[in-house]
Design a protein around this ligand. Structure first.
Ligand code: TMO
Length: 312
C-alpha cells in the first residue's frame, strides 16, 4: 500500500469512527406533562432509547416552560409539540436559539372548544360559535350565574380562553379544570342526563372513540392572530380566531443532543406517530387504566415492526 492509499484509509477510518461515535452515558432528560398520550409517548421514546443502551430520566415539567428548558439543555427533547397550545412558546424559544424542530408526526391535530353530540339538541345551530353564544344560558352553572360555563383545561395549556371570550364578545365564563381527568369526569357526568356541556378537548385523543362530538367553529385561525390585534375579525383584540383546525404535532430537541447522543438523535429523527396511534396511547391509560410506563412497554411489544426500523 502506498502512502496516499494509507492516508485515504486513515481518513475513512476516522470518518467511520465519528459516524459511530457512542452516546454519552448521561441520562437523556425526557419531560412529561399532564395529558396521557404525551406521557405514554415519552415512555415509548424513552424505552426505545434504553433498548439502544441509553440511560433515560423522566421529569414532570410545565408544558409551556419546557421550551425554555429544552433550549437551555435542561431537558433534552419534547415528543409532542401541539401547534394550538404550544406553537407560540415553541416559536419564541426557536427565535432565542438552542432548540430546533426535529421531525413532524404524521398526524393532524386540533385543540379547541368541543361538545358531545347530545349538546346539539339544546343548541341546534352548532357548531357555529355565534349559535353557541346565543345558547349561552343553557350552559349556565351556579358558578357562572346567567352566563354559560366553558370548562377549559389546566391553566398551563394556556389557551387564552378568557381573552377569546372577551375578544369575541361572548356570554361565557371560563372555568379551568385542574386536570385532564376532571374534563373526562365532567363529560361523563353530563352524559347521564344529556346535559349540554362545552369543554376544551383535542384530537387525537381517546375521547373521540367514547363520546362522538364536534369542535365549535370559530373564525378561522390566521397566522399572527396571537400577536397582532389587527389580524382576525376583531381589529382591536388578540385571540379572536379559533385554534388551527389542521395543526401540526412536532418533535423538538436541544441543539446539543445531536453531538452528545448521536445514536439516540438519529433514531429520534425517524420517530413519527399517526392520529390512531396517539389516540390509542391515550386510551391505554384513560380507558384501560394502565400506568404510562406499562402502556409504553405494551405498545412497543405490539408494534415492533413500526419502531424497530427507526433504530437502524
Ligand atoms: C396540549 N393538549 C393536547 C392537551 O391540548
Amino acid at each position: 500500500m502506498n502512502l496516499r492509499v494509507l492516508a485515504a484509509a486513515a481518513v475513512l477510518a476516522l470518518g467511520a469512527s465519528s459516524a459511530h461515535a457512542s452516546d454519552s452515558a448521561d441520562p437523556i432528560i425526557i419531560p412529561t406533562h399532564n395529558w396521557s398520550s404525551q406521557i405514554v409517548m415519552s415512555n415509548v421514546v424513552g424505552q426505545i432509547f434504553q433498548s439502544l443502551g441509553n440511560s433515560v430520566e423522566y421529569v414532570s415539567t410545565d408544558s409551556q416552560a419546557v421550551y425554555e428548558a429544552v433550549r437551555l439543555g435542561d431537558a433534552t427533547l419534547e415528543v409532542e409539540v401541539w401547534e394550538g397550545a404550544f406553537g407560540k412558546s415553541f416559536r419564541a424559544a426557536l427565535e432565542k436559539g438552542g432548540i430546533h424542530d426535529v421531525a413532524t408526526h404524521n398526524a393532524v391535530t386540533r385543540e379547541d372548544w368541543w361538545y358531545p353530540m347530545w349538546t346539539k339538541e339544546a343548541c341546534p345551530g352548532l357548531p357555529d360559535w355565534k349559535a353557541l353564544n346565543e345558547c349561552a344560558a343553557k350552559f349556565a352553572t351556579p358558578e357562572t350565574g346567567d352566563k354559560g360555563r366553558f370548562l377549559g383545561g389546566p391553566v398551563d395549556w394556556l389557551k387564552h380562553d378568557q381573552e377569546k371570550v372577551d375578544a369575541r364578545g361572548m356570554n361565557f365564563v371560563v372555568v379551568n379544570a385542574g386536570s385532564a381527568a376532571a374534563l373526562w369526569a365532567e363529560i361523563a357526568a353530563a352524559e347521564k342526563t344529556k346535559k349540554p356541556i362545552v369543554v376544551f378537548n383535542w384530537t387525537p385523543n381517546f375521547a373521540e372513540a367514547v363520546w362522538p362530538g364536534e369542535f365549535v367553529n370559530f373564525p378561522e385561525w390566521v397566522e399572527g392572530c396571537d400577536k397582532d390585534p389587527a389580524v382576525g375579525p376583531n381589529p382591536d383584540k388578540l385571540y379572536d380566531c379559533g385554534n388551527p383546525a389542521n395543526g401540526y404535532l412536532k418533535i423538538a430537541a436541544w441543539d446539543g443532543m445531536k453531538e452528545k447522543w448521536p445514536k439516540a438523535y438519529a433514531t429520534l429523527q425517524k420517530v413519527s406517530f399517526t392520529n390512531a396511534q396517539i389516540a390509542e396511547m391515550a386510551k391505554m391509560v384513560d380507558i384501560d387504566g394502565m400506568e404510562p410506563e406499562e402502556a409504553a412497554t405494551a405498545w412497543l411489544k405490539a408494534n415492533e415492526a413500526i419502531w424497530k426500523p427507526w433504530t437502524q
